[in-house]
Design a protein around this ligand. Structure first.
Ligand code: NIG
Ligand code: FE
Length: 433
């Protein structure tokens, strides 16, 4: 009989991080651990090989309790086994904030910023979001898919298994639909969970240059329900910022999204504190993202009941902005996550290892808080905590294999280098370094 390809027992895990087992403190990995995976999911997690027997027998239908030597039965007939020889395992990354679907390149803006130009000056001079919009509009869907897929594969090889993708570089009904279709296709073609977010309120397109209210009305009342009816929208977002959209626009968007049962996210406090945090908390958004520029008055709204705060330190790095003070927020009981903000202008990297490193070095998180922010809290920010972000039975079998004696603090020294030796996706080895 051939080994049963759909079951895999992974043993001799020296340290298993991100297990979330209630009886073990989160800050301690499981040692001498194992994972049972099947049908792309984690079917069991435990420690000590002998303790695995009842889990294996109940999970794998082909295994029969009457077999006297159950381990031999597995080896001979039913279940593939991989011995990790004491190596470490952690959940794959979840990325709750990306603008991954775009066309063209804006690396010249990096150089312009090094020469002293600001993000706002570059946008006024014809660069910025609108320069990407004109490239996205003119690129056929197939080519947009191809360019974007290259970026997705790079993220996957760095250990990202689940992500959010925003539109916002089309800014017409048809071009926004094109971007969202590409995001859906990326998910289907690569088996990755993708949350699609409609970000029509990203910037004012040239056609509406002097008609902001009309544009907001059109996006909220017309484009959103239409794109939703096409099955393209899982969530909505808005760039709530001086010179872009205000808190009234956020409120209008949230009301419309609520009618459709869609979660609402918002870019707030990237450059200015204009009341976005207060409005995000008052409306009970799914997440509030960026938070680089926190005013004194904003802090009063943070706490355990506030929307999850998604910090984006790669954006601070590239734009030379303050870093979201996530550690201080956590100390107030605020839930925090980390996202890459991957986009062609303010955060072209996407590297999750560097993001985690900056979360520690610059946002005030401990290495372990960083791991949570990159995995389970990031999944929570996407509403996917029942599917990914932890190594628990019933969740997706996406995980990273790291060297023996690895620990999260080593990511800081790695400064963006990939610490994983193997990337496992849906229960299979997907990529090895
Ligand atoms: O999240 N802030 C708005 N949107 C992106 C930047 C987009 C761009 O520059 O193309 C961000 O940083
Ligand atoms: Fe963003």
């Amino acid at each position: 009989m051939q080994p049963n390809q759909s079951w895999h027992w992974i043993t001799s895990i020296g340290s298993l991080w991100g297990h979330g087992l209630p009886e073990h403190p989160l800050d301690q990995p499981l040692s001498d651990a194992w994972l049972l995976v099947g049908e792309g999911q984690i079917k069991g997690v435990g420690t000590g090989v002998e303790g695995a027997q009842p889990v294996l027998l109940s999970a794998v239908p082909e295994l029969d309790a009457r077999w006297a030597d159950w381990r031999q039965a597995m080896v001979d007939h039913q279940v593939q086994q991989t011995d990790l020889n004491g190596r470490s395992v952690m959940p794959s990354f979840c990325d709750p904030h990306t603008h991954l679907v775009w066309a063209g390149d804006r690396s010249s803006e990096l150089v312009a910023r090094l020469g002293g130009s600001t993000y706002a000056q570059i946008a006024e001079a014809g660069g910025g979001i609108l320069s990407t919009v004109s490239k996205v509009r003119s690129l056929p869907e197939e080519a947009l898919l191809e360019q974007s897929e290259g970026r997705l594969l790079r993220l996957m090889k760095q250990g990202v298994a689940c992500l959010e993708i925003k539109s916002g570089y089309g800014l017409s009904l048809e071009a926004e639909a094109k971007c969202l279709r590409v995001a859906r296709q990326l998910s289907q073609r690569n088996g990755v969970r993708v949350v699609t977010t409609f970000l029509g309120l990203h910037a004012l397109p040239p056609e509406y240059r002097h008609q902001k209210n009309e544009y907001v009305h059109t996006v909220v009342q017309d484009w959103l329900p239409r794109l939703y009816d096409q099955g393209l929208v899982d969530a909505v977002d808005i760039f709530c910022e001086q010179g872009y959209f205000g808190v009234d626009d956020l409120e209008a968007l949230a009301l419309a999204a609520d009618r459709l049962g869609l979660p609402v996210k918002a870019h707030v406090n990237q450059f200015h504190s204009i009341g976005g945090v207060e409005m995000a908390c008052r409306l009970g958004l799914a997440s509030m993202d960026h938070l680089e520029t926190m005013g004194d008055q904003d802090w009063a709204f943070l706490g355990p009941r506030a929307p999850v705060a998604v910090g984006l330190p790669l954006c601070s790095l590239y734009l030379d902005l303050p870093y979201a003070p996530l550690g201080a927020m956590l100390a107030r009981g605020q839930r925090v996550a980390l996202g890459s903000d991957l986009n062609p202008g303010s955060a072209p990297s996407g590297n999750p290892w560097l993001n985690w490193c900056l979360g520690v070095l610059r946002c005030g998180l401990s290495p372990l808080q960083g791991l949570e922010a990159m995995t389970s809290q990031a999944a929570y920010a996407m509403g996917l905590e029942a599917h990914c972000g932890r190594l628990q039975a019933g969740l997706d079998a996406h995980f990273l294999v790291l060297p023996p004696s690895w620990n999260p603090a080593m990511v800081v020294g790695g400064m963006g280098s990939v610490a994983a030796e193997e990337i496992w996706f849906a229960g299979h080895r997907f990529f090895a370094y």
